[in-house]
Design a protein around this ligand. Structure first.
Ligand code: NAD
Length: 296
């Protein structure tokens, strides 16, 4: 298939190379023409503008810094919208804003083209290796038809829902992942300061419950409806652990601010009378604050 690609930076560059390796013909454009040099040497065509990319390729991908650049490329002078038409598909792989993506999709679809949002996760290592997670929002039929394109750049290909849903999944994922990283930083500093070597702490993280069970087993159990009243690890005992962790952090002089916030959430759960229930019953506080059901 002939594929247009705009924005061949740290992520887009290797993604475009993987599309070529999978046998697709590439039409490339970037504000910085030099970014496309390796692709042109490997046989890609250069296009002078996003409009020209859209005229020459039925499927166009973008990997741009953010919503401002995406809107400029899509709707600006000589933008994609001027070259797209019935039968073309525009896929934005940048990380943007769900509401702006939905508005943009209305403008794109007014040309007769289809639009999918498909933000990616896995960094430049995943982009090089072709192992990105791709979270796709938009019409399901278009998603299925373009599966081979997604499979050329990634391994975990997820249809998240209607247009914008890919970006919702990506932003929720990054909020979880980036907050967890900061708690891990606090905990590693505490362990080092209180006398456990970082290499040993790494091993503990891999072997103990968080690495082995929490993410892969316990959170899925909650989503698929396990009841909180039959505990595996009670909220009272989990709260005791966070309290002891806070005491140690104070003794060691390695404050854990995010863990202190987590302890406050647990205290609220205990006040609600869930102390003898599973510690994951605090999911209900998140549901209540957001006015939404997480358990299916
Ligand atoms: P980057 O800055 O390396 O690449 C962006 C490219 O877009 C550059 O080559 C730039 O010249 C080009 N560009 C900018 N404005 C343009 C315009 N108006 N017309 C044509 N080309 C234009 O950024 P990146 O790290 O590759 O990130 C791209 C997107 O992927 C971002 O939305 C980012 O949030 C997301 N992302 C990045 C990573 C990562 O680890 N770098 C991981 C996942 C998702």
């Amino acid at each position: 298939m002939r594929i247009g690609f705009i924005g061949l930076g740290n992520m887009g560059g290797p993604m475009a190379r993987n599309l070529m390796k999978a046998g697709h013909d590439l039409v490339a454009h970037d504000l910085d023409e030099a970014k496309t040099a390796p692709h042109r040497e490997a046989g890609a065509e250069w296009a002078e503008s996003p409009e020209e990319v859209a005229r020459r390729a039925p499927v166009v991908l973008t990997s741009l810094p953010g919503p401002d650049e995406v809107e400029a490329v899509a709707l600006g002078p000589q933008g994609l919208a001027q070259g797209l038409g019935p039968g073309s598909v525009y896929i934005d792989t940048s990380t943007g804003s769900p509401s702006r993506i939905r508005k943009l999709a209305e403008r794109i679809e007014a040309t007769g083209a289809r639009m999918l949002d498909a933000p990616v996760s896995g960094g430049t290592i995943g982009a090089e290796a072709g192992t990105l997670a791709v979270m796709v929002g938009g019409d399901e039929e278009t998603f299925h038809a373009l599966r081979p394109v997604f499979e050329a750049i990634g391994e975990g290909i997820i249809h998240a829902g209607p247009i914008g849903a890919g970006t919702v999944a990506k932003l929720a994922h990054n909020s979880i992942s980036l907050t967890t990283r900061i708690v891990v930083q606090e905990g590693m500093a505490l362990a080092a300061k209180a006398g456990v070597r970082p290499e040993v702490m790494l091993q503990a993280l891999r072997e103990a419950a968080f690495g082995k069970q929490t993410l892969l087993r316990q959170i899925p159990d909650v989503v698929f409806g396990r009841d909180f009243e039959t505990p595996r690890f009670t909220l009272n005992l989990a709260r005791k652990d966070l309290r002891l962790g806070q005491e140690l952090a104070e003794e060691a002089g390695a404050p854990m601010e995010l863990a202190a916030m987590a302890l406050r959430v647990q205290e609220e759960g205990v006040r609600r009378g869930w102390g003898d229930w599973d510690n994951l019953s605090t999911f209900m506080l998140a549901e209540e604050r957001a006015g939404v059901e997480i358990r299916t």
